[in-house]
Design a protein around this ligand. Structure first.
Ligand SMILES: [Zn+2]
Ligand SMILES: [Zn+2]
Length: 345
């Protein structure tokens, strides 16, 4: 079968190759026929060697599929079940982090798509413990949005603890920012503003508006912090979702969060050192919560949102492509000419 493979460490070193069909090796594993697999910012970082991978490895971790074979100890799942999969393969279940329920940040994690072979191909093998059933009314391609939606479910609902009435400011309009706006609105936020630079105005900000944002702001064009203070009667945002990882975005988060408000941080900065106006945060008695990956509980919540929403989430999918066209797809995403791309085998 054909697969998009990172074949060696270093910049680039990605190509479509013929690989062997994976086999079930352990009794708790299932073989899945892949329906769709989303291209994530992580994949672009792997291309540039900015995110660790274990080559040779098939990329792709945001997938949906149907079970075609089950290992001997698998009882909960059967052939024909449509599923999505938490990318938490390799976690130890024994360290303090795992024992406290935070398996998604276990240091032993080796996710499909960078730690073990992933789903930019036809078939993938994973342990059954990480599977979740796709609701009947969610189509196969939209279901592949579950992983990024679980990330924002964790950051906005579980870590950000939004409630009815909350004003939410989302900084950055990539797939995570757009899905954060969606999740906030689905869960009772009064108003959601999504802010990005001029590069987001052609495609990304309008997409955020389509799936739930009440306001979209181009921060190159106006003073976004002032705009949010104006809307909130001078108070500021109850919750700020920092999904840009950029210095300007982090400054805006500090300026925008209300007194006693919360910043939930998910954007990964390009440099580990970022300047933060610490004193302002102390004076605001603000809370910052950092996030990485998605929790176990976020997956069924994300699937429930997908199943029950009246909004059309599939609007964020701009590419339905073959892995043979991966170069063009990656280039489009890097150039901002796409929001979420799916590889369909
Ligand atoms: Zn991802
Ligand atoms: Zn662990």
């Amino acid at each position: 079968m054909r697969a998009l493979v990172k074949y060696a460490e270093g910049k680039g070193n990605i190509e479509v190759r013929d690989v062997e069909m994976p086999k079930i090796n352990k009794p708790d594993e299932v073989l899945i026929k892949v329906h769709a697999c989303g291209v994530c910012g992580t994949d672009l970082h792997i291309l540039n060697d900015e995110f660790k991978s274990y080559p040779p490895v098939t990329l792709g971790h945001e997938f949906s599929g149907t079970i075609v074979e089950t290992g001997t100890s698998v009882t909960k799942w059967k052939k024909g079940d449509r599923v999505v999969c938490e990318p938490f393969t390799g976690v130890c279940f024994r360290c303090e982090t795992c024992r406290r329920g935070w398996v998604h940040v276990c240091e032993h994690k080796r996710s499909p798509g960078w730690g073990i072979n992933g789903a930019f191909t036809d078939y993938v093998v994973v342990p059954d413990i990480f599977l979740h059933k796709i609701p009947d009314n969610v189509d196969n391609v939209t279901a592949a949005l579950c992983e990024p939606l679980a990330i924002v479910t964790h950051e906005v609902l579980e870590r950000g603890e939004i409630g009815p009435q909350d004003f939410v400011a989302v900084i950055g309009s990539g797939p995570i920012g757009i899905l954060a706006a969606f999740a906030a609105k689905e869960n009772g936020a009064s108003k959601v503003a999504v802010i990005d630079k001029a590069s987001g105005t052609a495609l990304r900000l309008p997409t955020a508006e389509k799936v739930g944002a009440d306001y979209i702001f181009n921060s190159d064009d106006l003073d976004a912090a002032k705009a949010i203070l104006d809307i909130t009667g001078g108070k500021g945002a109850d919750l700020v979702v920092e999904a840009s990882g950029a210095q300007g975005g982090i400054d805006l988060a500090v300026n925008t969060v209300k007194k006693l408000g919360t910043i939930t941080a998910v954007g990964i900065p390009s440099s580990d050192r970022i300047s933060v106006r610490w004193g302002d945060l102390i004076k605001k008695v603000a809370t910052i919560r950092f996030n990485l990956s998605s929790s176990y509980t976020a997956w069924d919540r994300a699937l429930s949102m997908m199943s029950n929403t009246k909004r059309d989430l599939s609007q964020i999918i701009t590419h339905r492509s073959s892995i043979e066209d991966w170069k063009q797809v990656f280039d489009d995403l890097i150039a901002g000419k796409g929001v979420k791309a799916m590889f369909i085998p």
